[in-house]
Design a protein around this ligand. Structure first.
Ligand code: C2E
Ligand code: MG
Ligand code: MG
Length: 743
């Protein structure tokens, strides 16, 4: 290796006290020449001394060699310089580090000179342009050591230099090649600085922010300077231990979620990964901060949606049930009562159909707001389905308190709503169940309140109704009817029976009203009054209505040509939208001329004032079909409906006919309906005529047509032909005999 071995070209400066120097200075011991006998004893002395000196030199050389061997195996470069900065000794590693400038140093050469040569050769890029200055600085550092410094070489290597003074004023220098370390540091820096994930390094002890990357600066909105004045706890929205504190303080941490505050005060949710490290010399923690605010928000939205109604934001049935369970448990402990109120909007579908779903939705939101603001904080509210809400009233001591709330709610809902320029009014009905009494668990209470609501709706809308024992049985029988009715429609078991309509001037049958009959295997003939409402509630009414219409047209087509058939239509059949084609099909298939078909509708159909309904009615009438208003006088504003559509017939409800006997008001009403009909050129038919007295009265008032048990109940089709034949045989002028024949 040798290219660096000391070659002793320069004059040594013997320093025998220093073994390292001794190695080289010994080479300079002069050779002595003996001069005569006189001095032979001196010579002997000199020879002895010389032998001693040579032995010492050999010793020193040996230890020098040993020292060299020792320092050669060190991984760092080592150099020894004397007080003038001249080379004394260096190891292999030192030579390796400076391999390009190796020929420059030799024992006795000054470091300063070798450096200058190196600078001139361009070995030290840092010196470029300020060579003298740089060399001066380097030499100053050499003799005022203590601090490490780094030196960059032309080939990019980085050398860490550490120098210490020896006791005799010389220098021991250490050289470590830190190129790889530097590269790793640089790539780490790059990973940190350019990482799109916000990262913060903070001190382990006082949690001071030591360094942040660009992403953190951008994300948090603090400048680097502001950051450096903060501790990690300043960023936290809530006081909590940082993830590295406590049990898991040593190793890399799995993500923990935290809430931080940004410079603008907004809150963010973070998943934080932390890792211990040293920053410079100090123990630190590096945090990678993943903003999961959006994810959290989405999770919360999902959780909210699972328990709330999207339209009104009110809790849904699930959440209500949970709340009710809690409230019941609480009320049992302190002996309070709980009221469960089911609020159902009356005719909400009408609003939806006539004003559109946009306004329907706004109305529901408006109702939800009013309901909520009518309640106390401790009460609970939920939206159960499209037009039903539930309210739980807590801390009730007497049922009267529930009544007061129910009234207040009905009043609040009933105030007009101004929606997109429309003034919308909607009524509601309320069903109430109380605990304890009407049920001890939430399931039963909700069910019973629901049943009470059905009752309130059936009785008369706009009221409230308490649950009563027995409602349950009724509800069950209703469900049974629904199942059996569905099967009966499926198997085409329903039949129209026909009740004759009598022309009071001629006494002859002008036509028949088709009234549906359900021959039930166990219960006999079931009245439509019992199953039509079920059919309407369940939507079965459309199939049922179509079947009866078809069959009535088929059967009537075989009757004499002048005899017409009247078929009842439910308002729900108008909602489906295909009524016109259903009627046209029935006429076409049966061959019945449209003028022989009469369709009976009730006032409830016109309650909704729907343009679609009116359009269908006009289209039906344009076919040649006649339209009658059934049960006239039972609705809210029967008279006004007469203006909305040109009816062909008005059927006076049987409740007025029933009262004709003694009640003067009823007589006056019937009289005015008849004169109204005459004025409008509309046929007036009286329903439910049972007695001669009623008939006489109606005839005296000039009523055109009558229907009732006095003439005949509804009969199956096969009896109709006979009925009509009997009528022909009888004297048409003798009404009494006609009645006798018909009845
Ligand atoms: P409605 O259309 O007003 O029919 C007249 C009802 O009065 C019939 O009851 C009939 O049997 C009954 N009635 C007739 N004369 C008398 C009488 O002198 N005294 C008494 N007390 N009652 C009499 P029904 O057959 O039970 O029908 C009840 C209601 O069911 C009908 O009232 C009608 O609204 C509905 N309905 C019947 N069939 C159908 C149908 O096919 N479709 C639809 N949508 N509704 C129907
Ligand atoms: Mg009718
Ligand atoms: Mg009627």
């Amino acid at each position: 290796m040798p290219k660096f071995r000391p070659a002793a070209k320069k004059k040594p400066r013997p320093r025998a006290d220093h073994p390292l120097r001794l190695g080289r200075s010994m080479k300079a011991v002069p050779k002595l020449v003996p001069q005569g006998r006189r001095v032979s004893s001196e010579i002997g002395e000199i020879v002895r001394q010389r032998a001693q000196a040579e032995a010492a030199i050999a010793d020193a050389r040996k230890s020098h060699e040993r020292l060299r061997e020792a320092i050669d195996i060190l991984p760092q470069g080592i150099v020894f310089l004397d007080a003038d900065g001249r080379y004394i000794l260096w190891n292999k590693k030192y030579a390796e580090i400076y391999n390009r400038s190796s020929d420059l140093f030799e024992p006795g050469a000054r470091l300063q000179d070798t450096i200058r040569v190196g600078v001139e050769r361009g070995d030290y890029p840092e010196a470029m342009g300020r060579e003298d200055e740089w060399i001066a600085e380097r030499v100053t550092k050499l003799f005022h050591p203590g601090q490490r410094h780094e030196q960059v070489l032309a080939d990019g290597r980085v050398i860490l230099i550490e120098e210490r003074l020896t006791e005799d004023g010389g220098v021991i220098g250490l050289r470590v090649d830190i190129t790889e370390l530097k590269q790793r540091e640089a790539s780490f820096r790059l990973l940190f600085d350019a990482n799109p994930v916000p990262m913060i390094v903070c001190a382990l002890d006082d949690e001071r922010v030591l360094s942040v990357n660009d992403a953190a600066v951008e994300h948090y909105g603090y400048t680097r300077a502001e950051f450096e004045k903060l501790t990690i706890r300043h960023l936290q929205a809530f006081e909590s231990e940082p993830p590295w504190v406590g049990d898991h303080s040593s190793d890399e941490q799995a993500a923990r979620t935290w809430k931080h505050v940004k410079a603008d005060g907004s809150l963010i949710d973070l998943a934080i990964y932390s890792r211990h490290m040293t920053y410079g010399e100090q123990p630190a923690v590096m945090l990678a901060l993943m903003d999961i605010t959006e994810r959290k928000r989405a999770e919360m939205r999902l959780a909210f949606m699972a328990h709330h109604d999207g339209l009104t934001g009110l809790p849904n049935r699930n959440l209500l049930r949970q709340r009710l369970d809690e409230i019941l448990a609480h009320s049992r402990r302190n002996g309070e009562k709980v009221g469960v109120l089911f609020v159902g909007l009356d005719n909400f579908k009408g609003v939806n159909d006539t004003l559109g779903h946009g306004i329907g939705d706004k109305l529901l939101r408006g109702v939800a707001r009013r309901l909520r603001s009518s309640l106390r904080e401790e009460d609970a509210i939920a939206r159960l389905n499209s037009d039903e809400f539930a309210i739980i009233q807590t801390g009730v001591s007497r049922p009267e308190e529930v009544v007061l709330l129910a009234r207040r709610l009905l009043e609040a809902i009933g105030e007009p709503y101004l929606l997109d320029g429309h003034s919308v009014v909607i009524g509601a009905s309320i069903g109430i169940a109380m605990a304890p009494g009407d049920g001890d668990d939430s399931e039963r209470l909700l069910k019973n309140a629901d049943m009470a609501l059905s009752r309130a709706k059936n009785d008369s809308r706009g009221t409230f109704s308490f649950f009563e024992a027995g409602m349950d049985a009724r509800a069950q029988s209703r469900r049974k009817i629904e199942i059996e009715l569905r099967a009966a429609i499926q198997d085409d078991l329903l039949r129209p029976y026909y009740q004759p309509l009598i022309d009071l001037r001629t006494g002859r049958i002008t036509g028949f009203e088709a009234l549906v009959r359900w021959p039930h295997p166990e219960r006999g003939m079931i009245s439509p009054a019992e199953f039509i409402p079920v059919a309407e509630d369940t939507g079965l009414i459309n199939a049922l209505g179509t079947q009866i219409l078809r069959r009535a047209c088929m059967e009537a087509a075989r009757w004499p040509d002048e005899v017409h058939v009247a078929v009842n239509l439910s308002p729900l059949q108008f909602r489906v939208g295909n009524l016109l084609s259903v009627v046209m099909d029935a006429l076409k298939q049966s061959g019945l001329p449209p003028r022989r078909l009469e369709l009976e509708i009730t006032e409830t159909l016109l309650l909704e004032k729907s343009t679609q309904v009116l359009a269908t009615l006009h289209a039906l009438r344009a076919l040649g079909v006649r339209i009658s208003m059934d049960d006239f006088g039972t609705g809210y504003s029967s008279l006004s409906y007469l203006r909305s559509f040109p009816f062909d017939k008005i059927k006076i409800d049987q409740s007025f006919v029933r009262d004709l006997g003694g009640n003067r008001d009823a007589q006056a009403i019937v009289r005015s309906i008849i004169s109204l009909g005459i004025g409008l050129g509309v046929t007036i038919t009286a329903e439910g005529v049972e007695t001669e007295a009623e008939l006489a009265c109606l005839r005296a008032e000039g009523c055109h047509e009558a229907q009732g048990f006095l003439f005949s109940k509804a009969r199956p089709n096969d009896e109709i032909i006979e009925l009509l034949r009997a009528q022909v045989i009888a004297d048409p002028d003798d009404e009494i005999s006609v009645r006798a024949q018909v009845a």
